[in-house]
Write a protein that binds this ligand. Structure first.
Ligand code: SAM
Length: 368
């Protein structure tokens, strides 16, 4: 691993360890109800196989795996992770309720476990997950070692012996089951790429990018959105969750912190707020039905809002308030103000349906 690009990609892949650690912490604090039973399988898979990934030694991987389970997150981080996870899952669940036979494509899915609970409840859904090959190998191995997951997905393969960098690199990063497709691909190569195995262009499709597109250059950001929203012959919605700078001192500090870790988020400041994101998705990407909100609005922390204006209602907020005490209201509002959730869609023709359920929630900005 010598080139700056390879080093940068390793740092980007490692952001999945952070995301997993955040979900693990939120889960052990009982934010998720019911709890997520698969997070620990992903953690075990990382602790067994991270050592075989490019740029890791057994010492450095064991350090990363230890901090994965030992680092404790602040209550405001747990709460933000819960709002983000729950809001995205609620939108996807609503999409599935409305369209029934439909498709989900998760870009940069990392160790996210949402696919498993959705396919358990709704086996008619076709679910695609895409990430770098090393990351999908780790996920595939986690699936292989869990009997319940193998049964939900209908996996029949055996797990080969993996005990070296060579055997890990030789392991097929893809997994194709009846309704679940795991693709070991670099998103930057998919534009225009070989057709996605298992993709059904006739199905209503929702594309997810949860803290993923933000790691691409502005040109890749645009071409990736255009590519994935242009593949289907029905309605294709895209749901993007990521940080935004708001061009304020807090955003500047976030940017400096990420830069300090070698992560350069090029669209963080290019589309600093909800308005600029709406304009970009509408005017440049030519998408419609635009819906934008900050995470603080989702959680009921937005300044112009009462707590029961949140996406979850007063009762649920009361439940999560009882899990961990958060008294720094200004601090959590400031943090959550800097994350956005954006929905937009493309329809192949006037006859194609539109996702009406998206208006079940309170969005701060909308168009069409
Ligand atoms: C912050 S993690 C988020 C993981 C997951 N979406 C979640 O929210 O839990 C970012 C993920 O995007 C993936 N990613 C970033 N750039 C990618 C690219 N060019 N091709 C494939 N995956 C990519 C990383 O490998 C990583 O798993």
């Amino acid at each position: 691993m010598n080139s700056p690009q390879e080093k940068h990609d390793k740092l980007i892949r490692a952001t999945d360890l952070d995301a997993l650690s955040c979900r693990y912490n939120m889960n052990i604090k009982r934010y998720l109800n019911p709890p997520d039973e698969y997070i620990e399988d992903l953690m075990k898979s990382y602790s067994s196989y991270l050592q075989y990934c490019a740029g890791y030694t057994s010492l450095s991987s064991s350090r990363s795996s230890k901090s994965l389970s030992q680092d404790r997150k602040l209550p405001i981080i747990n709460r933000g992770t819960y709002f983000r996870t729950r809001a995205i899952s609620d939108v996807v669940d609503e999409f599935v309720r409305e369209f029934v036979n439909c498709q989900v494509i998760s870009l940069g899915s990392g160790s996210d476990t949402r696919a498993f609970s959705i396919l358990e409840k709704s086996p008619q859904v076709i679910y695609h997950e895409i990430d770098f090959a090393e990351t999908t190998r780790i996920k595939k191995l986690a699936i292989m070692k869990n009997r319940k997951l193998r049964s939900i997905l209908g996996v029949e393969e055996n797990v080969p012996e993996i005990n070296s960098k060579e055997s890990f690199a030789e392991y097929d990063p893809d997994l194709h089951c009846k309704n679940y497709h795991l693709h070991g691909n670099d998103l930057r190569n998919a534009n225009p790429g070989p057709k996605l195995k298992g993709f059904d262009p006739e199905l209503p499709t929702i594309v997810l990018s949860e803290c993923v597109l933000c790691y691409l250059s502005p040109e890749e950001y645009y071409s990736t959105i255009k590519y994935w929203t242009g593949l289907g012959k029905n309605v294709t919605g895209i749901l993007i969750y990521e940080p935004m700078s708001l061009k304020d001192p807090f955003g500047e500090t976030m940017y400096q912190n990420l830069q300090g870790r070698g992560l350069n988020l090029q669209t963080f400041d290019k589309y600093p707020d909800l308005e600029s994101r709406l304009q970009f998705l509408k005017s440049e990407c030519k998408l419609t039905k635009l819906r934008m909100t900050s995470l603080s609005n989702i959680g009921g922390y937005s300044k112009k809002q009462h707590a029961d204006g949140s996406w979850f209602g007063a009762k649920e907020l009361q439940r999560i308030n009882s899990l961990e005490f958060v008294d720094e209201i200004e601090e959590i509002r400031l943090l959550l103000d800097h994350y956005c959730l954006c929905y937009a869609e493309s329809r192949s023709s006037e006859k194609a349906p539109s996702f009406s359920g998206i208006d079940r929630w309170n969005w701060q900005l909308q168009d069409q």
